[in-house]
Design a binder for this molecule. Structure first.
Ligand code: PLP
Ligand code: COI
Length: 367
């Protein structure tokens, strides 16, 4: 930790926490993103003063002036990662240092004050410790952590804010897709693209998600679970889904995924899977793949499995691709995926939950 990281935390436990019986009920069937814990973290930044006033306190609503900068120009970034119940009853987080790095990179892209990476990880550790009783049992789910930062200057001029509010909230979660194991159906975005070179595609900022919602709504209208975006220039290359990266598995045992060229989010799940695949002897290519090629390879049997990967989705088979031209089965192994998807998912989840050894130093024990 450098000196900047040492901001003392003031911890004030929630004086009226959720009663244990109610909490147990909520945590037993949490759904995704609707149940929240008793505490939150806040840390403030001001130009000339730096990061200060770090707190863990009762979760409560924010009061914002109507002229608060984020409400107008969307200077906002966030992260998403999970804490797991370990076999010994403790808690561990998966690669929080990688989220810390991406959060800093997102802050730089949005001209926001970068939070020291050590302070980011410490803030998560503090919240998981305070809300450890909210972590679901390992066969039910995980505690989803949502760090985020907003520009909270009260000023209508278009310029980087002079003050920021960083926060972390937590939400016990189950599976993101209800029937994910059977394979999800994705809709090819028709008009909208997600990001272009030089844009904010590689940053995790709220604006990217706001801009994805029209296409996601189009996907749902067409009976699909998620939207898949194509590149902004040729409209041929696969980019990523609304909230996940995508990987292709071939009959020759190789794995391919779109490259990190600035237009997709550099997923931490993606990075972990590429590592696991390479270490298991698979050939891994980070290369563009077109929708036409996808359709041809699925039909010929050259492409066997396709899956979505991300913190929320973990590894979910992609079953079918739909567009106004029709539908095709994503890979020759069938809509529910196949053995490579299953093996990689198990390998990843076993490391995350402490069921198998972690040779990579990815798992950070909390308590
Ligand atoms: N792509 C997008 C657009 C996402 O929202 C996410 C989820 O965070 C991912 C990819 C996967 O990233 P990660 O594996 O770090 O969760
Ligand atoms: C995540 O996986 O953490 C995301 O941010 C994506 C969203 C689908 C919840």
């Amino acid at each position: 930790m450098d000196g900047l990281d040492r901001v003392p935390f003031n911890v004030v436990p929630n004086p009226a926490p959720t009663p244990a019986a109610e909490r147990a009920k909520l945590v037993a069937a949490p759904g995704f993103g609707r149940v929240f814990t008793d505490h939150m973290v806040t840390i403030r930044y001001a130009e000339g003063k730096g990061w200060h006033d770090a707190r863990v306190e009762a979760r409560r609503p924010l009061t914002l002036d109507p002229a608060t900068a984020v409400l107008h120009y969307a200077q906002e970034i966030f992260e998403g990662l999970k804490a797991y119940r370990t076999p010994s009853g403790g808690a561990a987080m998966f690669r929080p240092d990688a989220n810390a790095r991406r959060f800093r990179q997102s802050a730089e892209r949005l001209a926001m004050a970068p939070l020291p990476e050590g302070l980011f990880v410490e803030s998560l550790r503090r919240l998981v410790e305070a809300d450890r009783e909210w972590i679901p049992a390992v066969d039910v789910g995980t505690l989803y952590l949502r760090p985020f930062m907003i520009a909270d200057d009260v000023f209508l001029g278009v310029k980087p804010s002079a003050t920021y509010l960083y926060m972390v909230i937590a939400s016990p979660v189950g599976a993101y897709f209800k029937n994910g194991a059977d394979g999800v159906t994705v809709w090819v975005a028709q008009q909208d693209t997600r990001a272009a070179r030089g844009g904010t595609g590689a940053a995790k900022c709220g604006g990217n998600y706001a801009a994805s919602l029209q296409a996601q709504a189009e996907a749902v209208r067409n009976g699909c679970d998620q939207v898949v975006f194509l590149d902004a220039i040729e409209r041929r290359k696969i980019e990523e889904l609304g909230g996940m990266n995508v990987c292709f598995v071939f009959a020759d045992g190789s794995l391919q995924t779109p490259p990190l060229d600035g237009t997709i989010l550099p997923g931490i799940t993606r990075d972990s899977i590429l590592r696991l695949a390479r270490d298991s002897g698979m050939t891994v290519r980070e290369e563009a793949y077109t929708l036409d090629q996808w359709k041809a390879d699925a039909a010929s049997g050259r492409l066997t499995e396709v899956f979505a990967c991300g913190t929320a989705a973990v590894i979910t088979p992609i079953g079918r691709i739909r567009s106004p031209e029709g539908e095709f089965i994503a890979g020759a192994a069938g809509p529910a995926g196949g053995p490579v998807t299953q093996r990689l998912r198990k390998q990843l989840v076993d490391i995350q939950t402490g069921r198998s050894a972690d040779p990579y130093g990815w798992v950070h024990s909390v308590c």
